[in-house]
Each structure stands twice: as structure tokens, then as C-alpha cells.
Design a protein around this ligand. Structure first.
Ligand code: NAG
Ligand code: NAG
Ligand code: NAG
Ligand code: NAG
Ligand code: NAG
Ligand code: NAG
Ligand code: NAG
Length: 810
């Protein structure tokens, strides 16, 4: 994201006739003219951002004039196209408006004795002022590379000079229409061991972290190519980061107005910038998401885990998914040399703002130093190349540590002697248990990277480009996968690889060259509604990460094809099990309870914990996929809607969903909220408990649906008759009965009588008394819509369990 918004900027520039190579005193650059670099790859001129009439002086790549890489007068725009750039005889650049007022100036040190200053745009994209015959970069009078805006180009530096106190950092545009300095900055904080920070105002929101000798600690792995070299320099004078790249490649690192940092390279085939890396790629990258003394582990539920020897500061908040308070020591350190260290492998290093380092000390000595200082809480190597060297020591709480999704660093955390023995044993065991999960997560990350390197060829076809634009504008941070790769993986979409028919087209199984199994959803070419759902799905699921949500690995929009690529779920979906005579025997109560709990946590994440806050609107058995351990994963976000933090409900004229799972207020008025999902979840619990479909269930004597049947049994005091007979003898029916009770609360007629998901998650697993349910919504076999005479049609449509449009008002 953040990159594509600048597309279709200022068309006027493209009609430029005059191209200058240098500007001398007595010569001007006027609106409509450009200054070009000697190879013609960069241009400098006047432009207006899309949606704005203000004019700015900026520079861009010749092949990508839509994407402005640097702006001179970002705070002070020109109101007409009469701007002029002059250079004074002292070598100062001045930008004048039509009434000859200085709108911007280069502020070079005017005291210098200049003879013959010239302004020139170099082939690196550096706009410089130099003495006419002096090409030595060290002697440039002024250079744009010293004044970064939102983009870091190869050869540019961010960092701090300790002598001059000059701090160079990226700062975001205010908005896509306004290049003025926005809220976000991206630079190096020299406190402690210097680290890269992304801040919103004075608040850190993301930590690229310290340099580990190979990469910044937040990167899952070093940049996977040989074409770029990174340089991180730290000495008494300065600290800076710079990267260089093979000259034939165009690359940049940008900070979007919304605060997302990304690296991109120009792809000639696609004629576009392609994302090669995102700074903040999941929830654990949110600064301090888990509070002090925790480790964020994206594959765990909850994702925040206290370090060993620590317990939650506030167990109540912790239970309510508020992890910000973090954890504290179970046994306080009494600062004796008997304290020991627990080793954590594969980490993003904690916040180094309160740390100390020495390049020449080895790890053994580092441990000794840490033990000697009472406030030292942790240590590790400073440089991880060749087995590691140097010493880095932390003081006080450990902040913003995570398990890395790729190559991480070791951290040794100090604990009291008494915590040492017990934890060492426990950790060894849990490491083994976790190994499987981590391995698969790593494989996935690898797959994504590989996929990221295969680019989708974009054809010069207006319709298709629009479509791509539209999808891209929605902040997509996903790899694009080439059609040929997918065709190869699915054996050319062979029918033997077809897994089934989804909401908007067939789904195929595929195997990538690296061996990773994938599921490919292919949008039917004829489907119109499908296109909206396709875009919706990409928009949402790309930004959601939870172990109970299916993972989208990439997408492809190419030629006539629109495809989504997911992780492959060997056990298909929940309906495939619970509604099948033979297979439902495979799901004992423990497994069913695990499925109910997993769906609840997934929904809780969607409603409350994710960055987006999403209402799914189509929770049903066939949208719950099962992995090889029968863990549930919510899928199909084609109908999902985002809601803002302060709004909880909305209306739609198009009521779409699946009959049998829809709440009364939604089916009849199009009114939806998080409680719409809660209703569907209640239906789903009853289906899981009974092994029967709500839709299609008919009680032999009474005209009741499953909800009605459950309610009648409830008031008769015999709810256990609802339990699937396949479950056989249950040692503990109270858990099952509690599920039925919770389900009935979820399917209440009035949304306000239904619990929200945080409450559902709570009451599912404790034993506190619950309120008595009232008669559920839609409790009779007949639905108001059916009585309007459309029942036959409904019957026909719903037999294949596809989501459908029930009514379309206006
Ligand atoms: C800018 O340069 C032009 C010559 O190109 C000159 O006519 C004009 O007076 C200069 N303006 C200022 C304010 O120096
Ligand atoms: C030029 O800039 C001055 C000072 O900012 C401002 O007062 C004036 O209105 C501007 N002229 C035009 C035509 O925008
Ligand atoms: C020029 O630099 C001085 C000191 O370096 C600073 O105070 C002043 O604000 C700068 N002016 C502009 C227009 O950047
Ligand atoms: C950040 O800025 C706000 C308002 O400008 C101020 O109230 C707050 O104290 C600052 N926080 C820090 C840590 O400097
Ligand atoms: C947190 O939840 C667990 C499991 O439901 C429960 O055993 C524990 O008592 C709860 N703790 C608090 C403080 O609510
Ligand atoms: C505190 O330190 C002493 C040694 O000075 C040690 O014997 C004792 O076990 C320590 N207490 C704890 C709780 O670690
Ligand atoms: C421990 O380290 C901190 C930070 O460097 C320092 O201020 C403090 O004096 C040290 N304490 C001891 C006992 O060495």
C-alpha cells in the first residue's frame, strides 16, 4: 500500500517539451520544463498530486512519473503554474511564486565562496548544487539526499550525526494529496544500542530494531537477493543506514501516509513498483503489543506469552485479551550471582533504548558483566555473523520481544536461581511440542517469499489495469503469483485436482515447486457478484492473522483470471464431517469442543482484537475449514464488512448470507452488527452438538427447525436429547449442556440479548451461572420470508449450501 495511491498524478507533466541538464545562475526551471539526469532515468519538475490543484517541485523516475520520490516545497505549495526555480550566484536554490515571493529555498551555507555554482540532477536521483567544475560529492554545496522526504533511495542515508546533531529520517506525507510532513517518521534512535524506529508523533509504533550484523532484527531474514548491499555504520561520529543496489535495478524504501514502511523494486515487465518487503507484517510487529516481559508468538493463542519465570501483571486483563500490562517476575531477583539465564532462540531482539554494548567483549564475559550489574536483565551477542561476537546487555523490563517468523537471534534472560531448574525442564518439553508448528510456519513464510518473487505480468488492457488498481488501492500487502506458476502447481487446473465449488468458483489443490501445498480459488469468469466478493476477500484476509483464520498466501490477477491462493486444508470443512453419517464418528466431544473454542477465538479476534474489526456475515459449517489436526479455521471473507471502533452496527440493502444462519434483524431488515455473527455462531454450536443441520432439520411431529427443537427440549428440561448419539457415552455432559446453553443465548431474537464474543469466549470455558435464555429468534420451522411464497425457490438454492442473496431492496 502507500505506493499505488500516487498513480495517475498530474498528466500535464507528460507533455513537457523542454528538458534541461543543469541550471546556472541567470537560468530558470519553469513549470512545464524538466531537469533530467544524464542517463535520463530521473526527472525533476513541477507536479500536482492527484486530487489537488497545488503545485510542487519534485523528482521521479522517468519510467514512473506517477510516483514522486522527493518534494522540495512540501510545506509550502504553489497556487498556480507560474512557479520558477532559480539558483543564486551564492549557490542557493530558490523557488519563487508568480509574485516573486520565495516559497522554498535550499538553505545552503551561503557563506561559501562560490565561483560558478550549478544545480544538477544526478543519475542516483540526488539533486545537487556544486561548483561548476567540482564533481567531488564531499564538496557538494547542497544535496537533496541530505533532506529525505518519505522515500529512501539507494545511496541515501538515514541516521544521526553525533557531532553536528543532524538527524536524517523519513517522514510521511500528510495524505496522498498533500506531501507536507505527516504524522509518521522512520529513522534511527541512537539511545542505547541504536535501533530503527517508526514513530507516530513522539510515540513508537513499530521497531525495525537494532542491526544484527546481517539484517535488522525485525526482518524475518536477510533480503533474499544478491543485488543489494546494506551498510550499517556505527562509530563515535555517527550512526547511519544506507543500502546500495545494482545500477540496473530501481529500488526504494517508502513510508506511507498511514505509517507503513515498505521496500519496493521497479518491475519492467509489470511496469510497476512491486513490494519486496513490509515493515509491519503482522500483529506482533505492533510496538509493545504484548506489554513488558513477554514474547509475542504469532502462531500461539493468545499470541502474548509471559517469559518463563514471569506471570501476568493483571490476570483479569490477561483473561480479557488485554495483554498491554505485560508480566512480572514470579520470584524477584535478589541480585546474587546465583541468578541464571534462560536461553530463547529465534527472536526479534527486545527494545534496545535501555541497553549497553561493547563490540569487543565475548558472550561468556557478557554473561559475567550482566550478573555483576543488578539492573541487567538480559544479554546476547551484538553481531551474529560467524557464530557471534560482541556484547549487548539490557536493563529493566524487556519490551517488544517476539518469536521471529524467520531467522531470529538468541536472547539470554536472567531469572532467579529457584526458577532455573523447573523452567529449564518445562522449556525443553514445550520446545519439542512447538517445533512442529514453527516448522510449518517457517515453511509458509518461505513460500510467501518465493511467491513474492514471481511477478504477475500485467497486460496493457484498461479494464484489467483498473481492476488491479482497485484491488491494490485497498492496501494489499500480498504477493502476486504468476498464472503460469499456478497452472503448473494445479496441473493446469486438472479436474483431478478440483477440491470443490466455492461461493464464487471452483477450488483446486496445487503443489508449488518447493513442495508447499496450496488451495487455489478461481473466480468464475461469468460471476459479477463474485468480483466484489473476490476483492473483499483480498482486502480483509490479507491483513488478518490468527491461528483460527485461514491464511491467504497470495493472489493473481492476470489475463481473464482472478485467483486467490490459500494454505491447503487437508481435512476440508466442518460440514464434511458433522453432517456425514460415517465421518461424524471421527469427531469425539473433545474435538468438537476444540472446534467450538477455536471458532469462538477466531471470531473474537475478528470482532475485537484485529486491527480492522470485522463482521464476517457468513459464519456457517462449510466456511469452517479444518487443518490436519482438526483445528478450525474461519474462511471466506467475501461478505465481510469492516466497522470502526466507535460503530457497532450498520445496514445494508443487499442482504447476503446463508439461510439458516442469518439472524432475524439481518434477514428481515438488513441490519447487521457483531451480534449477527454471534447468532450464526450459536446456530453452528447447535449443529456441532447435534450433528444436524439447522436448515433441513424437520422434527417428525412438530414443524420445528433445529433452533425450535433445541428450545423445546430446553424448556422441557431435557436438552441432553439434542446431543448427537454418535458421541456415545459422555463422562462429562455438563460441558455439552453448557455449550447448548451458550448457543441458545447466542440465538436470542433481540441482538441486545445476545452476548458479545469476549463474553462468549469467557462463558464457554468457566462454570459461572448463566442467565436463562428466552425463546430464540427464528424458532419456528417457518421463516417470514418463506411465508411470502418464495419457499420453493429457497429450498432449491440452499441445497448446495451456497451463500445467496435473499432479497434486494430497491
Ligand atoms: C530568476 O532567474 C531569471 C532568469 O532565468 C531572472 O530573470 C529572474 O530575475 C530571477 N529571479 C530572481 C528573484 O532572482
Ligand atoms: C506568493 O507567496 C506570498 C507569500 O507566501 C503570498 O502572499 C502570495 O499570495 C503568493 N502569490 C501567489 C500568486 O500565490
Ligand atoms: C535554514 O537553516 C537554519 C539553520 O541551519 C534554520 O534555522 C532555518 O530554519 C533554515 N531555513 C529553512 C528555510 O529551511
Ligand atoms: C508526546 O507528545 C504529547 C503531546 O505533544 C505529550 O503530552 C507527551 O508527554 C509526549 N510524550 C513523550 C513520551 O514525550
Ligand atoms: C482466567 O481464565 C482461566 C480459564 O478460564 C481461569 O481458570 C482463571 O481463573 C481466570 N483468571 C481470572 C483472574 O479471571
Ligand atoms: C538470594 O541470594 C542468596 C545468596 O545471597 C541465595 O542463597 C538465595 O537463595 C537467594 N534467594 C532467592 C529467592 O533466589
Ligand atoms: C549497571 O548498569 C547501569 C547502566 O549502564 C549503570 O548506570 C549502573 O551504574 C550499573 N551498576 C553497577 C552496579 O555496575
Amino acid at each position: 500500500m502507500g505506493v499505488f495511491f500516487v498513480r495517475s498524478f498530474f498528466i500535464s507533466i507528460l507533455t513537457t517539451s523542454t528538458a534541461l541538464e543543469i541550471i546556472n545562475p541567470g537560468q530558470s526551471l519553469r513549470d512545464g520544463e524538466t531537469l533530467v539526469s544524464s542517463s535520463g532515468s530521473f526527472e525533476l519538475g513541477f507536479f500536482s498530486p492527484q486530487g489537488s490543484t497545488s503545485k510542487y517541485l519534485g523528482l521521479w523516475l522517468d519510467k514512473s512519473p506517477q510516483t514522486v520520490l522527493w518534494v522540495a516545497n512540501r510545506e509550502n505549495s504553489l497556487s498556480d503554474n507560474m512557479g520558477v526555480l532559480n539558483i543564486t550566484t551564492q549557490g542557493i536554490l530558490i523557488l519563487l511564486n508568480s509574485t516573486n515571493h520565495i516559497v522554498w529555498s535550499s538553505n545552503s551555507s551561503a557563506s561559501r565562496n562560490t565561483q560558478n555554482p550549478v544545480a544538477q540532477l544526478l543519475d542516483s536521483g540526488n539533486f545537487v548544487v556544486r561548483e561548476g567544475n567540482d564533481y567531488n560529492p564531499a564538496k557538494f554545496l547542497w544535496q537533496s539526499f541530505d533532506h529525505p522526504c518519505d522515500t529512501l533511495l539507494p545511496g541515501m542515508r538515514i541516521g544521526v550525526n553525533f557531532v553536528t546533531r543532524i538527524d536524517r529520517f523519513l517522514s510521511s506525507w500528510k495524505s496522498p494529496e498533500d506531501p507536507a510532513r505527516g504524522e509518521f517518521t522512520f529513522g534511527i534512535d541512537p539511545q542505547g544500542y541504536p535501533q530503527v524506529l517508526l514513530k507516530k508523533g513522539n510515540r513508537t509504533v513499530f521497531r525495525g530494531g537494532p542491526w544484527t550484523g546481517i539484517k535488522f532484527t525485525s526482518n524475518p531474514r536477510p533480503i533474499p537477493n544478491q543485488i543489494s548491499t546494506n551498510e550499517f555504520v556505527l562509530n563515535n561520529q555517527e550512526v547511519y543506514f544506507e543500502y546500495r543496489i545494482q545500477s540496473s535495478v530501481s529500488s526504494k524504501l517508502t513510508l506511507s501516509p498511514l505509517g507503513l514502511s515498505q521496500s519496493l523494486t521497479w518491475n519492467d515487465r509489470a511496469q510497476d513498483w512491486v513490494i519486496v518487503g513490509n515493515g509491519q507484517y503482522d500483529q506482533c510487529e505492533e510496538y509493545k503489543f504484548c506489554g513488558p516481559n513477554t514474547r509475542c508468538e504469532i502462531t500461539r493463542t493468545p499470541i502474548c506469552v509471559c517469559l518463563d519465570g514471569f506471570t501476568p501483571m493483571s490476570p483479569v486483563d490477561w483473561n480479557f485479551s488485554d495483554w498491554s500490562g505485560g508480566c512480572h517476575r514470579r520470584t524477584p531477583l535478589n541480585c546474587s550471582d546465583k541468578d541464571g539465564f534462560l536461553k530463547y532462540t529465534a527472536n526479534k531482539l527486545p527494545d534496545t533504548s535501555s541497553s549497553w554494548f561493547d563490540k569487543s567483549i565475548d558472550l561468556k564475559e557478557c554473561e559475567r558483566l550482566c550478573l555483576k550489574n543488578c539492573s541487567c536483565t538480559s544479554y546476547t551477542n551484538l553481531d551474529f555473523r560467524a557464530g557471534g561476537s560482541g556484547c549487548l546487555i539490557w536493563f529493566g523490563d524487556l519490551i517488544d520481544m517476539r518469536r521471529s517468523t524467520g531467522d531470529g537471534q538468541d536472547v539470554y534472560v536472567r531469572v532467579a536461581d529457584s526458577e532455573l531448574g523447573a523452567n529449564a525442564k518445562k522449556r525443553n518439553l514445550s520446545t519439542k511440542l512447538k517445533a512442529g508448528i514453527i516448522a510449518s510456519a517457517a515453511a509458509l513464510g518461505m513460500g510467501m517469499l518465493l511467491a513474492g518473487m514471481m511477478f504477475c505480468r500485467r497486460r496493457r488492457n484498461l479494464g484489467k489495469n483498473d481492476r488491479l488498481e482497485e484491488v491494490r488501492k485497498e492496501d494489499i500487502e500480498l504477493p502476486i503469483v504468476d498464472l503460469s506458476t499456478i497452472a503448473h502447481a494445479t496441473d493446469n487446473f486438472s479436474s483431478s485436482n478440483k477440491l470443490g465449488e466455492g461461493g464464487f468458483g471452483p477450488v483446486y489443490k496445487g503443489i508449488l515447486i518447493e513442495g508447499q501445498e496450496i488451495a487455489v480459488k478461481r473466480l468464475s469468469k461469468s460471476s459479477v457478484q463474485g468480483m466484489d466478493e473476490f476483492k473483499n476477500e483480498v482486502k480483509f484476509i490479507a491483513k488478518l492473522q490468527h491461528r483460527n483464520l485461514v491464511k491467504l498466501l497470495g493472489y493473481c490477477i492476470q489475463e481473464d483470471e482472478n485467483m486467490l491462493i490459500y494454505e491447503y486444508m487437508p481435512n476440508k470443512s466442518l460440514d464434511f464431517f458433522i453432517f456425514d453419517q460415517a465421518r461424524r464418528k471421527l469427531l469425539d466431544w473433545t474435538k468438537r469442543m476444540n472446534i467450538i473454542g477455536g471458532i469462538a477465538r477466531g471470531l473474537l479476534y475478528l470482532h475485537q482484537d484485529s486491527r480492522l474489526r470485522v463482521i464476517h456475515r457468513d459464519i456457517k459449517a462449510s466456511n469452517i475449514l479444518l487443518d490436519n489436526e482438526l483445528n478450525p479455521k474461519i474462511s471466506d471473507f467475501g461478505l465481510a464488512r469492516m466497522f470502526r471502533g466507535d460503530e457497532t452496527e450498520a445496514n445494508t440493502h443487499r442482504v447476503i448470507g446463508t439461510y439458516g444462519y442469518m439472524s432475524p434483524e439481518y434477514a428481515s431488515n438488513g441490519h447487521f452488527s457483531v451480534k449477527t455473527d454471534v447468532f450464526s455462531f450459536g446456530v453452528l454450536i447447535l449443529e456441532i452438538v447435534s450433528g444436524k443441520k439447522n436448515r433441513g432439520f424437520r422434527h417428525p411431529d412438530r414443524n420445528l427447525n433445529l433452533l425450535g427443537h433445541a428450545w423445546i427440549l430446553w424448556i422441557k428440561g431435557t436438552p441432553s436429547e439434542l446431543i448427537d448419539e454418535c458421541l456415545g457415552y459422555l463422562s462429562n455432559t455438563s460441558e455439552v449442556l453448557r455449550c447448548i446453553h451458550v448457543a441458545l443465548l447466542c440465538v436470542q431474537q433481540r441482538p441486545e440479548d445476545r452476548p458479545n464474543m469476549p463474553t462468549v469466549v469467557q462463558i464457554l470455558c468457566n462454570e459461572n451461572p448463566l442467565p436463562q435464555p428466552k425463546q430464540p429468534g427464528f424458532f419456528m420451522g417457518k421463516n417470514p420470508l418463506e411465508q411470502e411464497g418464495s419457499s420453493n425457490q429457497m429450498e432449491a438454492c440452499s441445497s448446495n449450501e451456497m451463500s445467496l442473496t435473499l432479497l434486494e431492496a430497491r
